[in-house]
Design a protein around this ligand. Structure first.
Ligand code: SF4
Ligand code: SF4
Length: 400
């Protein structure tokens, strides 16, 4: 292991900004479920400092407490001392051993688009999933995650260019991500429809790569930087008005690290365009439950999802219980620290079970996957749809 003391010196003063006031504690999802200092932001900061100053050894229990952090950013968003918690924990993880085989394989596969086919086969293959569960390399209930992935639509043929309908307002790029382009194709298709209807030409640049968020939050910061740089060079050279993202997890990574490419959330883009005045929104009769991802609220600081979908007549809209708390779907915690991730999801599943919505909407595919696979494990007499809110807009406007 790299010497923590020297490697981590630059972050010590940032961690020292923590005045141990504890104001972050009630906002932390893992502290809320465990009620222990080691599962809280303040406790994790103490551990990071202890490791950096060689007062603590990075044993497995310490690493587990750090890994339980979902990276939701709730602590950082409300910290009066502006402690850059996310940067500190990412940098600390860089110095810790990464022993989880599944995590390491996924981090390798999402590095290069040429490997996405292997990733899709691995995540969809039932026999392999069964074998990995048998060897305890995947958690038992990952079968529900696999089932959810298997239900996702097949291969999406994406063109390189989609022309604006009507007068052209400009040119945007669409960020298609890694997991998103494999399993959340409906969101990409619906976003394309809305963007072109807004009067924008949409360019899908083939050389784009994963945003690097998974690498960043799992301590592979060199790879994250490399991926960010590749995307930056590509999108900068294309002279676009904006790069539109559909998953707020990817968007938070792009927007916080690549200021030069104007990364914009699809919902925000729609809010700022005149599109809704042009669409004839027809009533949809559905009970909708809204899940607000942490990346949308804490990192991107975007308005609530409801302010757009409330313009669709006929919907009954409710916010999911405790929307201010992470659902546990951050990163791939659902695979690597499943017990903790599932505990954080419990309240949300109870809410889904009691309200029985027709549709759950969220702007981050990772959250949708985590919640949908949890819902598969419930004995509900109802099929519940999980989708991005853009799909409701497209449906209401009869765009397809
Ligand atoms: S991280 Fe911020 S909010 Fe939390 S204990 Fe430290 S200073 Fe207080
Ligand atoms: S990022 Fe979220 S889970 Fe991690 S310590 Fe902060 S509040 Fe807790």
């Amino acid at each position: 292991m790299k010497p923590l003391k020297t490697m981590y010196k630059a972050d010590l003063s940032a961690a020292d900004q923590c005045v141990m006031c504890g104001m972050c504690q009630p906002h932390c999802p893992t502290y809320r479920t465990e009620q222990t200092e080691t599962e809280s932001p303040r406790g994790r900061l103490s551990v990071i400092l202890g490791l950096a100053q060689s007062q603590l050894q990075a044993d497995s229990s310490i690493i587990t407490h750090l890994n339980h952090c979902t990276g939701c950013g709730a602590c950082e968003a409300m910290c009066p001392s502006r402690v850059p918690f996310m940067q500190l924990i990412d940098n600390c993880k860089q110095l810790l051993p990464r022993k989880n085989l599944v995590l390491n394989v996924i981090l390798q596969l999402v590095r290069q688009p040429g490997r996405y086919g292997i990733l899709r086969s691995l995540l969809k293959n039932r026999q392999l999933g069964y074998l990995l569960r048998l060897c305890r390399l995947l958690p038992g209930d990952s079968k529900y995650l696999q089932k959810t992935i298997q239900l996702s639509p097949g291969k999406l043929p994406l063109a390189d260019f989609y022309a604006a309908s009507g007068d052209t307002q400009g040119n945007v790029g669409l960020f298609i991500g890694c997991i998103t382009q494999l399993f959340d194709k409906t969101t990409l298709q619906d976003s394309l429809l809305l963007l072109t209807r807004s009067g924008y030409n949409v360019h899908i640049l083939r050389q784009q790569v994963c945003c690097g968020a998974l690498h960043q939050h799992n301590g592979d910061i060199d790879t994250a930087r490399l991926l960010l740089k590749q995307n930056q060079q590509l999108f900068e050279s294309a002279a676009l008005d904006a790069v539109i993202f559909t998953a707020t997890g990817c968007g938070a990574q792009l927007a916080s690290h690549l200021k030069s490419i104007n990364a914009v959330d699809i919902m925000q883009f729609i809010r700022q365009s005149a599109l809704l005045t042009k669409l004839e929104l027809q009533p949809l009769t559905a009970k909708v439950l809204v899940h607000e991802p942490c990346s949308q609220r804490n990192q991107l600081k975007l308005p609530a999802i409801t302010d757009l979908i409330c313009q669709i007549p006929g919907l009954t809209i409710n916010n999911m219980i405790e929307n201010q708390f992470c659902c546990g779907g951050g990163g791939i915690n659902m695979l690597t620290v499943a017990n903790s991730a599932n505990k954080l999801r419990t309240h949300k599943l109870t809410d889904i079970e009691s309200r029985l919505p027709d549709t759950v909407v969220t702007t981050n595919y990772g959250c949708a996957l985590h919640l949908a696979s949890g819902t598969q494990s419930l004995d509900l007499n109802k099929e519940i749809e999980f989708c991005h809110p853009v799909s409701l807009l497209v449906r209401s406007a009869s765009l397809k």
